[in-house]
Design a protein around this ligand. Sequence first.
Ligand code: NAG
Ligand code: NAG
Ligand code: NAG
Ligand code: NAG
Ligand code: NAG
Ligand code: NAG
Ligand code: NAG
Ligand code: NAG
Ligand code: NAG
Length: 741
Amino acid sequence: MHPLALAAALSLPALASALSWTATPFSPPSYPLAVRSPYLSAWLPQGSGTALNGAWPEFWTGAILGWAGFVNVDGSSYSFLGTPAVPSATFQQATQKSAEFTSTQSVFVLTAGGIDLTVSFLSPVEPSDLLNQSIPFSYMALSAASNDGSSHTVSVYSDISAEWVSGDDSLTVDWSTTTGDLIFHQVQLAAQAEYSEIDDRIQQGSGYYATLNTDGVTYQTGEDTVVRAQFISNGELANTEDTNFRAVSDDWPVFALAHDLGTVSGTSDTVVYAVGHVRDPAIQYIIADDQLQPRNLYFWSQFSTVNDLLSTFLGDYEGALVRATAFDAQVKSDASSISSDYADWVALAVRQAFGAIEFTVSKDSSGNFNTSDIMVFMKEISSDGNVNTVDVIFPSWSIFLYTNPEIGKYLLLPLFEYQATGQYPNGWSIHDMGSNYPNATGHNDGDDEPMPVEESGNMLIMTLSYVQATNDTSLIADYYKLLDQWTQYLIADSLIPANQISTDDFAGSLANQTNLAIKGIIGIRAMGEMASLAGNSEESSNYTSIASSYVTQWQGFATSSDGKHLTLNYNNDSSWSLTYNMWADKLLKLDLIPDSVYEMQTAWYPTVDAEYGVPLDTRHTYTKTDWQTLTAGIMTNTTVRDMFISALHAYASDGENNVPLSDLYYTTNGDVYEFQARPVVGGHFALLALQSAGSSSVSNATGGISSHSIDASSGSRLDVRHAGAVLGVVCCTAMAFATIL
Ligand SMILES: *[C@@H]1O[C@H](CO)[C@@H](O)[C@H](O)[C@H]1NC(C)=O
Ligand SMILES: *[C@@H]1O[C@H](CO)[C@@H](O)[C@H](O)[C@H]1NC(C)=O
Ligand SMILES: *[C@@H]1O[C@H](CO)[C@@H](O)[C@H](O)[C@H]1NC(C)=O
Ligand SMILES: *[C@@H]1O[C@H](CO)[C@@H](O)[C@H](O)[C@H]1NC(C)=O
Ligand SMILES: *[C@@H]1O[C@H](CO)[C@@H](O)[C@H](O)[C@H]1NC(C)=O
Ligand SMILES: *[C@@H]1O[C@H](CO)[C@@H](O)[C@H](O)[C@H]1NC(C)=O
Ligand SMILES: *[C@@H]1O[C@H](CO)[C@@H](O)[C@H](O)[C@H]1NC(C)=O
Ligand SMILES: *[C@@H]1O[C@H](CO)[C@@H](O)[C@H](O)[C@H]1NC(C)=O
Ligand SMILES: *[C@@H]1O[C@H](CO)[C@@H](O)[C@H](O)[C@H]1NC(C)=O
């Protein structure tokens, strides 16, 4: 039995009434199909429910990605993927029976005549193996099962179009087909433009569609209607190549692969396709003296050709499926300790968060890959495309802390290294590593989006969080000067924050923001801890006492005069906001903010709860998914915590939206305000991060900086390398140790 079929049989699916199929656990705004990088991001939009063959898959922006599928059963063809029109051939539509998502998989079952076709999309998330995580490929697996007890002859077909490689369909592409142990098609722009985007699509590199060259595989490239008609009418392809290279939209060239499954009486063999997008180099990164360093996806250090990579990737499908199923089960089990709504909520976030980051290495002066120089880059998808935005890494932080805190370190390193070169002129922390992904070219003019308190606080909080999770103090040792510099800024400017924007820049700027101030104050307190770890005990006690005195003053400025809630901005009784930055006090186990403040906020939010959750603040009716989840995490009453989570679940499952989950929506009606597909949904893991954080109490550990006690390969919290064995290596109550069937 397919492992997910078992999971489906054991759980009670929440049925949206409008759907004619079973949706487990619910029908999301958009299903991730192949989501592994900012440029491999294929989704199936839902709205009130859309079958796998009821719409074209889309890039996260909404641009169509030609990705078609047909199954031929006893001589009749049925479409199962996309909405291809093929005027010259007759086919029907398969009927969707079920759809399911887990953390790493989206699985659809469709009935086509006498068979049920299972279509499984797997985008691996392998946080314990950063090289594997750098591979920009996803799987689609197909298997057919007789649904009437009879035998049927079955063949399956799928193609991709050249829409996978450009944001401009009028540009010319060329392509090739390679046959050997694999059959794969490769397609790319004829004129490549390194590091360039059009409509968020990289204009560099190649798209791939590949399968193992087993018995009964056929291939073809050519005009969409011609190639598809060939399969629909014949159940196989012609093994021919169209070499008339042309524009993406000029007679729409497609790249097709078909498999003859023979006679199926029970369940067929599984046919596996790999789809992906590869470019090299991936990132340009500013190093000292304004030099630009090209950086390569980590997998290149092990594979010298894409052919080799595809061969290993396709050959590893069974293993990848076992690992993915183990990962999914552990996330589900851990999150279920909060609630089943919460388990659904985090599962929907996983591919979206990991799909915004890329794992890179550099080359040394002799041209060899330097695998000691790992850096992770994140695209601020949808909002502005910035690189490694500090206040986007911060909300995403929880998922990395939960899965492997080393990823957090490798996201921070590009920011630390650049600022350590001295080229960034401001005294506070930089906002991002570059305005346009994939150019991590810094801001030598100091003209990045100014969020001085926000980003300085974020850097200090995330650094201490990483140290607490791993006992690796290298960031403190290597960048103490920067950390201390940002602390000085916060000491001067966080208690009475000037008129400025916070991370919620869409809400506008404001002076004396309560929630912004507490982030800065927690940052100062975090530096107290780090100074102690560095052996600077006088500095440590100074910063710790400054933070304590600030918190007391902050309570005075920020508590409404009736004592019922914190205000949005100081001395404004009629205002309030989600004070999600208090979460960092809990994460770091600082006990900086008195319990009474948590209790006050917990009593307050139920009084201002709207249909789809608590608004971000009194200026607007919209709210944020990430910040509500962090706020849920600091509630002292589980009923109030669950109030937040159930509203978020209702928003995600209400059938109103059709974009990759948006983090910014209206509390009044659950409609999206703006943004989609952003990595900040990693913050949905905030409750799990609190449970697994702070395993090492460093508050009184004054041993100084000596032990870099952990390395990348052993640093994983959620280690699913050995499925079937005990999973995970963590301290805390909620990290249940799952075993796998
Ligand atoms: C990145 O920089 C290169 C120049 O090095 C430029 O051609 C390209 O357009 C930039 N990319 C983006 C997304 O702005
Ligand atoms: C490899 O990278 C590490 C980390 O940045 C650096 O310390 C080391 O010098 C590099 N090695 C070479 C040979 O460039
Ligand atoms: C960090 O060190 C503390 C104290 O030695 C220890 O209890 C804890 O398990 C360590 N944590 C990790 C992740 O190694
Ligand atoms: C900010 O709050 C402080 C403390 O209450 C107050 O003195 C100052 O006037 C406020 N600034 C603004 C711009 O409201
Ligand atoms: C504490 O830190 C502040 C800010 O850096 C500094 O002005 C002050 O002199 C320090 N106090 C002590 C006692 O070191
Ligand atoms: C107080 O907050 C309300 C609601 O956010 C806002 O409309 C008003 O302008 C604020 N007043 C001041 C003085 O900041
Ligand atoms: C928790 O909050 C709920 C909803 O506001 C309230 O009814 C309940 O009394 C609270 N429980 C405790 C122990 O405070
Ligand atoms: C740290 O604090 C704990 C509890 O307060 C105490 O038992 C322990 O001895 C302290 N460790 C050091 C190194 O001071
Ligand atoms: C990484 O991928 C390889 C195949 O390329 C596989 O053998 C290995 O188990 C994977 N490791 C992890 C931890 O997922």
